[in-house]
Design a protein around this ligand. Sequence first.
Ligand code: SF4
Length: 458
Amino acid sequence: MSKKLFIKTYGCQMNVYDSARMADALVPHGYARVDRSDDADLIILNTCHIREKAAEKVYSELGRLRQMRERRRAAGGDLTIGVAGCVAQAEGEAMLERAPFVDLVVGPQTYHRLPELLHRLARGSRGVVDTDFPLESKFDLLPGPTSGPVGASAFLTVQEGCDRFCTFCVVPYTRGAEESRPAAAVLAEARQLVAAGAREITLLGQNVNAYHGEGPDGRSWSLARLIAALAGQEGLARIRYTTSHPRDMTDDLIDAHGAIDKLMPFLHLPVQSGSDAVLEAMNRRHRADDYRQIVDRLRMARPDLALSSDFIVGFPGESEADFRATMALVQEIGFAQAFSFKYSPRPGTPAASMRRQVKDAIKRERLAELQALLAAQATAFNQATVGRVLPVLLEHAGRHDGQMVGRTPYLQPVHLQAPDARPGMLIDVLIEDSQPHSLAGATLAAPWPEPQRREACA
Ligand code: SF4
């Protein structure tokens, strides 16, 4: 009988992808992934270090799992507890000092060793820790996407780690140096995903547009080249990529936005601040005007491109004038959506020990003002699509009878009544109503075309 595996995933899409790959690694060794922790034999917390007090939240969840295991043991059962992801990488052996009941601590670069690590536990080892950055690539050793259902929209990691060392960010320390997967491996995995039902693939990387994987021709391929090759994949209707750094927005990638129909007109391009002084303190290595110019060129290539971004307010040393520069940049560019946060120090990063930390009350005020502007822009963007007919890729059933939920080319979720439709269909939808975070629409006449079709969304 197979053992039940439950993975609780925190954080970004890369962790969602990693959780699926961990399951892929364990299924051949007798595990079946389940959706509930209650009856799992093995629970893995796949953690994220980006948010404030991430480690504290993991320890508090571990306390809950410890109690669950005590209850199980009292009833004659058992539970294996594992921690993966960036908090596991950052804490390493220290995690066992603070939570000695944890069985397994595994960093993001060694998921391919999970079966062997569990085998060591089964043979009586206690507190197994593996937070190496091994020479072998986990991608060469992990199986393909085999363990679970593949949705209409799938993630595919093409690049990991980061060499940029922004002063607020833990990624270079927890995920290590930039590594790109060979293009042939990415294309093979994309074929598997499409064969399993994916119609949209989002290429993932901590700094995805720094991709420079080896091509089948032996040369280094850029992300644009990879996307062009992927666009030739029959059955694949849409391509996206995230997350990008402005410095790595190369000419060929900008051109790709105009030239490749399957590349969706939505781009998450974090700028973090509109102040050059703050950008320099963040070690972003670009100015606010560089960002403006990149956006201008992207919009020349693809006039309907919708933009998303990340913002940090209250970075150490951020003055009122610096904050006004951020507000001015947001006003000028106009974002379809965005993520914005108060700066909070991450242990071990240079910014954590910078002088001139900004008072929390000021951060709160600035964040509220910025978020009000970003929310107004998102609402206006959604409102502007009302009355248009947009191609919507259906992803899953909605909460109501006959309801489906899909996404426009601009990544907006759309709710519609389509009782005869199914996930994976790409159908034209008349957008009838908009909310700050979603749209409502009506299908045009059924039956809808099943196979791939050319996108036309402007
Ligand atoms: S580019 Fe992104 S992942 Fe890399 S250090 Fe900066 S914020 Fe972190």
